[in-house]
Design a protein around this ligand. Structure first.
Ligand SMILES: *Cc1c(COP(=O)(O)O)cnc(C)c1O
Length: 453
């Protein structure tokens, strides 16, 4: 075992070094080579060292360089050294993190991380928290608590009776709600299509003045951190109106909620602590390994009531039982990586990480605008949308950038316009990485323009 784990550590370290210099996306040849894995079930054994060798020699080259410094696709962070190391050690521990008795250290670190997270994100100290796979399941978990609460207020116990014959719940989202919110509503029996959709402004922010009148059981879903523009809904104003009507306000802040951890950017999410529940991702801006999402609910009883395993209001034992707050029973010890990330960064390191990424996004926008290309969004956070001209021209430049391999960015459609999306979400990205990526982007964009003439 010792020899094997040593060799894995060496391979992983070499991978993380190589990834800084190799092309960001895998070569076509490397992706073709994954065919080697498509073999019949082996009849006999293979030594563990040989299994790992195959995985590294064939698998590593076929990875996307998300762990490097110049991957700007989607919204995906890398892994902080302490978080990656903690994740390895926690894998060696192989704890079932569902129960305190079975995993005292995992349950403890989850409890500590929850307290630290609420502090760092300036959310109410008494919130209940769930350590789940990602923001999709965090949205699902928080909205289950919301469903329980708003129906409970009109005397309906949804956990016991289900939705058959239940009073209707009015669900409000913006036109720009993330598809994972819509999917969660569907999974919860609240329907993907019977939501009221509130229009947005040019940055994708919900128009608070266009909120429908709310009465009876109702849930308003707001967003901080639009996946395209990084913009945030005016949460304070929406909370005010929604709470007047007795509605529950849920915040999808998969990456944007982390702005609350930076004094320089917290104004973007002003008033967010006034909501009733929140979903975010630790695997995005906290830079812990996949998968790691978080749900917070102001009234922990609603979360526990929706997720408890045996009965609503199960008597709490001496310890916080992780499984009473999440959809799963058995699961990995996500609190360990989260604790390590927060322990290694501290409050100042976390806000510096957010600020550095935002500064890099600004640098991208300035460099591209300076070269004459149009930036389609107000660059307030870590997201940049750039057009290189016509939809065809933009598509061509994106393909060129992906092929070139210096960095990686993907396409998007923003309010009818084709754009390239740049998301700076990795702790390791420096200004030098931005400059090197900008040089490649501009070289490719100018080359494409010359070719088109
Ligand atoms: C990424 C994202 C999600 C989904 O998160 P997963 O971790 O992929 O489940 C939801 N909402 C927003 C705003 C996001 O950016």
């Amino acid at each position: 075992m010792r020899e094997l784990l040593h060799s894995v550590a060496l391979r992983a370290a070499r991978y993380l070094e190589d990834i800084q210099e190799r092309r960001v996306s895998p070569t076509a040849e490397a992706v073709r080579d994954v065919e080697k894995f498509h073999e019949p079930l082996p009849e006999g054994r293979m030594a563990a060292a040989d299994v790992i060798r195959m995985l590294d020699e064939v698998g590593s080259p076929a990875t996307m360089g998300v762990a490097g410094r110049r991957f700007f696709g989607f919204v995906m962070g890398g892994s902080l050294p302490a978080a990656l190391g903690a994740n390895w050690l926690a894998s060696a521990w192989d704890q079932n993190a569902g129960l305190f008795a079975a995993a005292p250290i995992s349950a403890t670190l989850e409890e500590v991380s929850l307290r630290w997270l609420l502090d760092a994100l300036a959310l109410p100290a008494g919130c209940g928290g769930a350590f789940v796979t990602g923001a999709t399941v965090a949205n699902f978990t928080a909205l289950a608590a919301a469903r329980r609460a708003v129906l409970g207020r009109v005397g309906w116990d949804v956990e016991a009776q289900g939705l058959f014959g239940a009073p209707a719940i009015q669900v409000v989202v913006s036109e720009e709600a993330h598809p994972s919110v819509i999917k969660s509503l569907g999974m919860l029996g609240m329907g993907r299509e019977r939501v009221v959709r509130v229009p947005v402004d040019g940055q994708g922010r919900m128009l608070a003045g266009a909120l429908p009148e709310l009465n009876g059981p109702s849930i308003v879903c707001v967003q901080v951190g639009n996946v395209n523009t990084g913009s945030c809904d005016p949460v304070a104003e929406i909370c005010g109106r929604a709470h007047e009507g007795g509605a529950w306000v849920h915040v999808d802040g998969a990456f944007g909620l982390w702005a609350a951890a930076s004094p320089r950017h917290a104004h973007l999410v002003a008033g967010v602590a006034g909501a009733d529940s929140w979903a975010t991702d630790a695997h995005k801006w906290l830079n812990v390994p996949y998968d790691s999402g978080l749900a917070f609910v102001r009234d922990a009883d609603h979360l526990r009531g929706a997720m408890s395993l045996t009965a609503a209001y199960l008597p709490q034992g001496e310890h916080r039982e992780p499984s009473q707050y999440v959809p799963e029973l058995s699961r990995r010890a996500r609190g360990v990586d989260t604790w390590a990330a927060l322990k290694s960064l501290g409050r100042s390191g976390l806000s510096e990480l957010i600020d550095r990424n935002c500064r890099c996004a600004r640098r991208f926008a300035d460099g591209l605008a300076g070269a004459g290309f149009e930036i389609l969004n107000d660059v307030v956070l870590n997201q940049v949308l750039v057009s290189f001209g016509s939809p065809e021209a933009t598509g061509c430049v994106i393909a060129g950038i992906q092929e070139d391999g210096t960095c990686w960015c993907g396409p998007t459609l923003w309010q009818g316009r084709v754009a390239m999306r740049i998301s700076v979400s990795c702790w390791a990205t420096t200004e030098a990485d931005v400059d090197r990526s900008l040089e490649a982007m501009l070289r490719i964009a100018r080359g494409a323009a010359a070719q088109a003439r």
